[in-house]
Design a protein around this ligand. Structure first.
Ligand code: ADP
Ligand code: MG
Length: 252
């Protein structure tokens, strides 16, 4: 619902690796109810910016705000509890656990079940976690493979599993790094439809995507990055038509 919606904002975010400034003072807004795409050539700083937003990396300067709250210094799990979820460019699942058990990890992270589990306490929201797991599996078309070991799934299905796990945490903001890598046309279409539906429900989505055709189809707003900076941002068609965006691609 709209009352549950939040905006993710980056202000002047800087992240360096030795002498390299991977992210060089980025301002970005990820509004609820929209799909925002982050594009740019290899090495532009997209993944590093993502890490700063999700809490995987800490910026050297600048701030990250979630619904107006400063989360710059919060660790990843604390951001997750506030409604921020992400997927990784490199998929990581527990290969011997079932598909459903992998998705349930996401649901229990949200319920604070990880700590309770370590303490041997029954999770208070365990019924809720089961419902969130079942819904996420159904949404991504994974119900039929729920009992298979995750390690048995082909790459495209693993990508959908990773998204199901992120959704089971019932995030308000969802960050997706190259979500269509390894997907076939049917899986890409399914993913696109799911992302559209989530945005329509008021979720704020940010995706890193190098397939500009898909970006043109899916995104409402685009940020184009090169060499750590935002070159252009705005409505998708305008940014994709911006001559500066094309020339940055030539350097890749
Ligand atoms: P993109 O995701 O747009 O391809 P990255 O954020 O991965 O770009 O990388 C941006 C720049 O930061 C590149 O020059 C890359 O080599 C460098 N970089 C990224 N991660 C690291 C790291 N862990 N250590 C050193 N340099 C890194
Ligand atoms: Mg990357």
């Amino acid at each position: 619902s709209a009352g549950n919606s939040v905006r993710l904002t980056a202000r002047g975010v800087v992240r360096r690796f030795g002498g390299i400034t991977a992210v060089d003072g980025v301002d970005l807004a990820v509004p609820p109810g929209r799909i925002t795409a982050l594009i740019g050539p290899n090495g532009a700083g997209k993944s590093t910016l993502f890490d700063c937003l999700s809490g995987t990396a800490r910026p050297e300067a600048g701030r990250v705000l979630l619904g107006g709250r400063d989360i710059t210094r919060l660790p990843e799990h604390a951001r997750a509890r506030l409604g921020l979820a992400r997927t990784f460019q490199q998929i990581a699942v527990f290969p011997t656990l079932s598909v459903a058990a992998n998705v349930r990890v996401g649901a229990e992270q949200h319920a604070g079940g990880l700590v309770r589990g370590l303490l041997g306490l029954p999770a208070p929201g365990s019924e809720q976690a089961g419902v969130a797991t079942d819904r996420a599996l159904a949404l991504l078309g994974l119900a039929a493979v729920r009992d298979l070991p995750a390690g048995d799934l082909p790459a495209g299905t693993l990508r959908l599993l990773e998204l199901a796990r992120a959704l089971a945490a019932t995030p308000k903001v969802l960050l997706l790094d190259e979500p269509t890598a390894g997907l076939d046309a049917a899986e890409t279409a399914r993913l696109g439809a799911v992302l559209r539906a989530l945005a329509a429900e008021g979720m704020a989505l940010l995706l890193v995507e190098h397939d500009t055709e898909l970006v043109a189809e899916l995104a409402d707003v685009v940020y184009a990055m090169a060499a750590g900076r935002v070159l252009a941002h705005g409505p998708t068609a305008a940014v994709l038509a911006d001559p500066r965006v094309g020339s940055a691609w030539g350097e890749a």
